[in-house]
Design a protein around this ligand. Structure first.
Ligand code: FAD
Length: 284
């Protein structure tokens, strides 16, 4: 099923997982997915290792989610370091595995690798996929502006081009202040972007990890959130519970404000996803 169809019926709930690091047995992801399955996500997306890597477990994991667990899957595909030939091969692999959805990305730059030169922006990949396949294509978007773009106005213009190239839905970068999402949604509507936008929610359970991530992606940490982290940073259980409660409060507010869907960055942690879903399950 093409995941863009889901939004016609309901507020969607999706999860994001990542392939295990090379030091972790690959089977660990299948146990994670088995534990996420009873939470009834509308789809699960699988990230693709950043910077330079062009061979990944993403398609195998998406295939297991779709064909074994019977949950719709979305394969992330960054393009900066891919050739057109390699993308065509992966489109074939996805077709054979019955995968119908791709999150088309540019990918972050890695100073250790030279871009392949076939794709400069995600919109190039979106057009290419649409030209060569029947895939449903999803795009990434940034409520607080992509870090490499000087202005949100230009970033949204580029986003409009990406949607016009063939994206039928969008997923946001993580954010912790819902008002930034509402401002962004208004600006995208004014720009004529009218595809569903899922809000990316990251439950925070570790102060160091989130400071690293927010520095990389330029997400603002609201004062009340910093207070929580300062208070509980040395108490992992309290930090985890506070992170879950904060994510729940964001989700409740987003659904009350008619968000199209929630995309939960699970960090491969089914316990946290389960606690969040327990608290909000009647809202979907
Ligand atoms: P683009 O849409 O190409 O935008 C990148 C920059 O280029 C922006 O600043 C944009 O304004 C600018 N731009 C676009 N078009 C033009 C143009 N024509 N002229 C000038 N400037 C332009 N990365 C991974 O490696 N693997 C993953 O699995 C992964 N999953 C992600 C999932 C989500 C939901 C999100 C939000 C991000 C994910 N990323 C992932 C990170 C992503 O690859 C980076 O944020 C990357 O820096 C930008 O990717 P993009 O697809 O948004 O790029």
């Amino acid at each position: 099923m093409k995941t863009c169809e889901l939004f016609k019926k309901k507020t969607t709930l999706s999860f994001e997982v990542f392939p295990p690091k090379s030091s972790t047995p690959v089977e660990s992801i299948y146990s994670t997915i088995s534990q996420l399955q009873p939470l009834n996500p509308d789809f699960i997306s699988v990230t693709y290792g950043a910077g330079g890597s062009t061979n990944n477990a993403t398609i195998d994991i998406c295939s297991a989610i779709k064909n074994h667990h019977k949950i719709e899957s979305v394969a992330h595909l960054p393009c900066l370091y891919q050739t057109k030939e390699r993308v065509l091969e992966q489109l074939e692999e996805m077709k054979s595995a019955n995968i119908e959805n791709i999150l088309a990305l540019r990918g972050d730059r890695n100073p250790d690798f030279e871009p392949a030169g076939d794709f400069h922006y995600a919109s190039d990949l979106v057009s290419f996929i649409k030209e060569h396949s029947d895939m449903n294509v999803i795009g990434a978007c940034y409520p607080e502006c992509h870090p490499e773009c000087d202005s949100i106005v230009d970033d949204i213009k580029h986003l409009k081009d990406k949607v016009d190239a063939g994206c039928s839905q969008l997923i946001t970068q993580l954010f912790f202040d819902n008002s930034t999402f509402y401002d962004f949604r208004e600006k995208t509507a004014i720009a004529g972007i009218n595809v569903p936008i899922e809000a990316g929610i990251m439950p925070v359970t570790n102060k160091k990890q989130i400071l690293r991530m927010t520095t990389l992606c330029h997400a603002t940490l609201p004062k009340k959130f910093l207070k929580i982290m300062d208070k509980y940073e040395n108490d992992p259980i309290a930090m985890r519970d506070a992170g879950i409660a904060y994510a729940v409060s964001q989700i409740v507010d987003l659904i009350a404000n008619d968000v199209d869907g929630i995309h939960l960055y699970t960090m491969n942690n089914p316990y946290i996803a389960e606690k969040i879903c327990e608290a909000v399950k009647s809202l979907f």
